[in-house]
Design a binder for this molecule. Structure first.
Ligand SMILES: [Zn+2]
Ligand SMILES: [Zn+2]
Length: 140
């Protein structure tokens, strides 16, 4: 067992997710990404796994606050690993960036969504903030 496998196992256990081979593979892949990925992206890389077990794995990761899903307006849900200590609460929400050229979606973890003054008796539950533009590689 290499170092990375141990880490992935540890991360899963810490979040209360039973480390199965499928889960470890999916998490390993997600941790390697600099961008958010769709179910299709994962499927094309981990092609030996069937779609429904990858989907179930993503749902269980999401429930255990290991990853968060992103609606970047493309119609395809993207997933990204949460920062350490993330509880997927309002204060953990951050901006996302969608590059219109390479069509990659990034987490802007350093840019939390600030709370805004809402009308009386309105309650914020979630916010979906996506900035569209060109990423550093496409903006050359
Ligand atoms: Zn780009
Ligand atoms: Zn994110």
């Amino acid at each position: 067992m290499n170092k990375q496998t141990t880490d992935v196992e540890e991360i899963l256990q810490k979040k209360g997710v039973k480390p199965t081979a499928v889960r470890m593979n999916v998490l390993n892949f997600l941790l390697d990404q600099e961008k958010a990925v769709s179910l299709k992206d994962i499927e094309s890389v981990l092609s030996r796994m069937d779609r429904s077990s990858i989907f179930r794995t993503l749902k269980s990761f999401e429930e255990h606050k290991l990853i968060h899903s992103i609606d970047d307006g493309t119609g395809m849900t993207k997933y990204a690993v949460c920062a350490e200590g993330c509880n997927c609460e309002l204060e953990d929400l951050h901006y996302h960036f969608y590059c219109i050229s390479c069509e990659k979606t990034f987490c802007l973890m350093d840019h939390p969504i600030s709370t805004i003054e809402l009308p009386k008796n309105f309650k914020m539950i979630h916010a979906n903030m996506v900035i569209k533009g060109l990423c550093d590689k496409c903006n050359k």
